[in-house]
Each structure stands twice: as C-alpha cells, then as structure tokens.
Design a protein around this ligand. Structure first.
Ligand code: TRP
Length: 327
C-alpha cells in the first residue's frame, strides 16, 4: 500500500530553539520513517510579517535547514524544499483567492490576534490577510493526507479544508481533505520562566555552543520563592523542572520532586544534573551542525534537489486544478 503523505512548513523567522526541536522537529523526524514526508521553508509566509526588512532572510533560511538536518531530517527519507522555489504555490494561491470569501479570512482567530499583538509593523496588507489562503495552497497542492502542526494552526487547517471543499463544489472532486496530526508536547519554558520564544530572548538555541547552553541554564530562573539554598521549593512551578522532565532520567525527576520541597537539594545541583543530560542529548546534533556549517553548498543543493522533487507533484496537481477550472 502506498504511504500516506505528510506535509508541513516552518517560517524562517529566526534561529530555532529547543522548543522548536521538541515541539516540531522531533515529531517531523519520527514521521519520515512511516510516511511520505514533505517539509518546506515557508519563506513567503515569513514575508507576510517581515516584508519591510528582509536583510536576515537568507541567513535564517540557511540556518534553519542546518538545524533541520542536524535534528535528523534525512533528505534520503523526506523531501525538503523552499516555498519560493515553487511558483506553483503562488498560482494555486491566486486561484484560491478568487473563491475565498473575505469574511472567512477576517474571522480567522490568529488574524485579529496578530493585528493586535504586533504593533511595530503595519500588518494591514493584502498578503497578511491572505496568509491562510497561501497555506491552503501549500497543503492542497501536495494533496497531503496529514499536516503535523500545533493547536495554534488548527484554524488554518480548517480553512484549508473549507477552501478545498468550495473548490470541489464548483469544479469537481479534485482536492482531498487533509487532517491535522496534532503535535502533543508540553510547552518548554525559557530561562526567564516564560514560554520559550525568540521574542522573549529566553531561548536555548540549537546553534548555541555547549558553553552558551551551560551559561544560560546556570542563570535560569527556578521557583521564585526559593531565594536561599535552605528555602523549600516547588518543582511544579519551576521552569527548570520542565526541562528535567524532558531531558533528565525519571529517577532524577523523582529525586527532585521528593527533595526540593524539603530543601534536600539545591537549584544548582539540579542545573548541573540537567546540563549533563541536555548536553549529551544535543551533542550529536551539534556535531552534525558543525559539519554542515563547513559545507554551505551541500545545504543549498539539498534544498534545490528537494524543490525539484516537490515541483513534480505541484505541477501535476496544478494541471488538474487548471483543467477542472477550464483554464
Ligand atoms: N503557518 C505555519 C506556521 O506558522 C507555517 C506554514 C505555512 C505551514 N504553510 C504551511 C504549516 C502548510 C503546515 C502546512 O507554523
């Protein structure tokens, strides 16, 4: 039986951190063994919010692919490509834009939220409103069965299905309905105790050296009520403990859970233990990273080759779509 097809994309809007690794990349990596996977750099989507300053675009694209490969995405097993190398997505986007009612776009929750949140850039643009239409084109042009995403992306996926259904209703059954593959993962907290996010400047980056990681973890916030070593702490509200639960052995977590509330161990002890396991976990990734940094041509070649493979499918679907529309 043919493998089901998986598609997902990521915006090159900054360096990848541990939250991206555990929340998305680890999942992408596992899926490549079971499914026919397409993963792409959503650089046009990054433009919807970063259009005024594209000076870092190429760096972010390059670094992101390095992080993908370092995290174990294997171009022998999955197709890695770049949205802007596939003009077919843009053609499907323009066709979808003809049939997408404006109110569908205006009521997407992330649209209003972002407009309110982001106040240093003008997001009252055509491209920003059309963000989910472009995403629908990304997904439907590969007739993807599954789209691994976080919960925040569910409204976009719902809209994708609605656009696909509307297309099929007008022009015949061409586009299958994709299903989300929800990525369940506890939110990683950053060094300041807030959600790990590049806008908070509290991240452990995949590109950080072991020394940088060590410095950041040693400076990380723990239970704020635990000021001195002899104060009892509460692991349940400790950002460090969220990392323990992912990277440290179960026995250590149980030890912390038992001893921290009695001040039986100190935060520094916990940090040292976490670092041992975290650095061990990151070592192979960082070694692959170093090799890739030394070979920028290889990174570009992987994306060019992946884009050529993706193009075969994209062209085929687009031809079917144009035929159905009598173009
Ligand atoms: N909107 C997604 C995000 O910000 C990125 C994305 C663009 C995407 N096109 C996609 C994800 C298609 C899955 C499928 O995370």
């Amino acid at each position: 039986m043919a493998k089901k097809r998986v598609l997902s994309g990521m915006q090159p809007s900054g360096l990848l951190h541990l939250g991206n690794l555990m929340g998305a990349l680890e999942n992408w990596r596992k899926l490549q063994d079971e499914y026919e996977c397409y993963y792409f750099i959503a650089d046009w989507h990054a433009l919807t919010t970063q259009y005024a300053d594209t000076s870092k675009m190429r760096t972010y694209v390059h670094e992101m692919v390095i992080d993908w490969l370092a995290a174990g995405l294997d171009p022998e097993k999955c197709v890695l490509f770049q949205q802007s190398q596939l003009p077919e997505h843009a053609v499907l986007h323009v066709l979808f834009s003809m049939i997408t009612p404006l109110p569908w776009l205006e009521r997407v929750p992330t649209y209003k939220e972002k407009l309110e949140q982001i106040d240093d850039r003008d997001l009252y643009t055509y491209g920003f409103l059309g963000y989910p239409v472009l995403q629908a084109a990304d997904i439907l042009i590969y007739k993807a069965d599954y789209v691994p995403v976080g919960v925040d992306q569910l409204p976009h996926l719902e809209l994708t299905r609605e656009i696909g259904r509307r297309f099929n209703a007008f022009y015949g059954d061409v586009l299958p309905e994709p299903q989300p593959l929800l990525t369940q993962y506890p939110k990683l907290l950053g060094t300041d105790g807030r959600k790990m996010s590049k806008s908070y400047n509290n991240c452990l980056y995949l590109s950080d050296t072991p020394e940088e990681i060590t410095k950041k973890v040693m400076a990380m916030i723990t239970d704020p009520a635990r000021v001195r070593r002899q104060d009892p702490g509460n692991p349940d509200i400790c950002p460090l403990y969220t990392l323990d639960q992912i990277f440290a052995p179960k026995e250590w977590c149980a030890h912390v859970k038992r001893e921290c509330p009695k001040a039986g161990i100190g935060c520094v002890d916990d940090k040292r233990e976490l670092l041992k396991h975290l650095l061990e976990y990151l070592r192979p990734l960082q070694e692959r990273r170093q090799a890739l940094i030394a070979d920028p041509k290889k990174v570009a070649e992987i994306i060019a080759a992946g884009s050529a493979k993706a193009r075969v499918i994209a062209k085929e679907t687009l031809a079917r779509v144009q035929d159905a529309m009598k173009l």
